[in-house]
Design a binder for this molecule. Sequence first.
Ligand SMILES: C[S@@+](CC[C@H](N)C(=O)[O-])C[C@H]1O[C@@H](n2cnc3c(N)ncnc32)[C@H](O)[C@@H]1O
Length: 497
Amino acid sequence: MGYKREETSEYHAELYPYLRSWGLREFHDEASYYDWQRETLSKEELRDFQQLIEHRCGGEDVQGDIDFYDRLARRDLIPVLYSQRFQYYLTIGTFVCGRIAPANKVLDFGCGVGILTLFFAQQHPGVEFVGFDRSSRSIEMACLEAEKRRIRNVRFEISQLPPQQISGTYDLILSTHALFQAEWEPGIPSQTWKTFQRPCDPYRQEQLEILTGLQGRLNALLQALRPMGRMILFEKTWNLGRRILFQRALDTRGLFPVSSPVFCRYRSVDEEMIDGPLYEVARLSYGVEPFEWNEEPYRGSGETLYRCTGIAAERMGQVLLRDTVRASITGVHSQSGSWVFRFGLWNEIVPWGLCEYSSGLTGLVIGGGEDQDLIDQLVETVRHITESDFQELVHDFWGSMIQAPEDPSMPCYENHHPSAQIIYESLPSKCIQQETTFKDDMGREMHIELGTTTHLTYLYCANTFDQRQLVLIDDGRAQVLYEYYRESLQRPHGPPA
Ligand SMILES: C[S@@+](CC[C@H](N)C(=O)[O-])C[C@H]1O[C@@H](n2cnc3c(N)ncnc32)[C@H](O)[C@@H]1O
């Protein structure tokens, strides 16, 4: 889900050199990041740094958290630590900076060493900024940087919220990864493993808000928000259980989204992250038509595309070709021979494309329901493709698989996303062979099921914290799934990876 907006692009260009001025560097692979860590820090510094990260306490250990940020607020550690967050800063910084107007007075709650606060203040010299954090060493560093950079429209305060109060009122309050940390808390479970819906339980909601510290922080921030003020909040609420807990906490305090919440995707070194969503909320008195809260799981287009070649593609292809073929495009390649690329919508839900060469290569791509547009684009591309571009397309889709030795246990289809549920529900002539439902050691209700559908065997795992996994394999190789099923029962922590 993109968020590119005209108004924010200028800040992106400014933010890049700004982050470099803090010594942060952008890395795209782990090896170069760790090499650079070793070059930048002495052996002792590196050991201290790693120990700090490893020994960070979970839970609501306030003093432990303050110590952690105090000890990290060192000018030599900042580049190493925050380079991992380079793309995070670019993404969030650009987005938030574009939404600061028309505020005149802005509070940045949990500002840390002020990397984002100082950038916002620099970009909006007519706006008064206050950065607020309970780590005194972080605030010290933020003040030094403000001085060094001669940024005068910002001040920083050491404060722990609660018990301390915020002095003054603001027409914009920001919080990025500060208000709802508590990563150990998965939030509200769904009613059963069959659904993503959460029951409405005000008592449990309040208990969780107290447990995670959200209640005290949010109430204190609200007191400092002017009647027509806004909040821009970006927290680790990607998981639905946490997202619903957070959204309901905002809702019960009379806060509503005034723009569409945005999930952000960025890279953390070599890992693709989905974070947020980023909320812009205000009270009803703000005067704009509020957006609805969305309690559905996140579904990103393209995320669930499954590709396979060889035996898995051939066997699944035989099943798919029994269904209606919606488009069939043929061509000839001078070296690889003739090809046919067929497309369809299995069970009216699952879009697919099957490419077969006369020389024997078969490649299959299957999407989740939300990938229909991508498959439609693929049909259009293949319709108008040149010979050399076609080879390139095949290479892009299945390149490494074509070269690698064939894996005999490769599934015909696999989906680890919420969209697996609707596909599981739509499987034709489903016949359950074995199933079990139990509570795992984290209290999640977990369901594992093995069964058959037309010409295929399936394994389905689901739990009350939105994990879903659907694996399909042809009947000839079904033994693989029987073994998976047996293993899953011996490993009651979750579906097999
Ligand atoms: C993960 S850092 C995020 C820093 C910054 N907002 C960013 O996006 O880079 C979280 C910060 O929130 C601060 N913080 C957490 N809870 C707080 C509280 N109750 N009162 C004040 N500061 C708090 C921590 O000290 C830490 O500096």
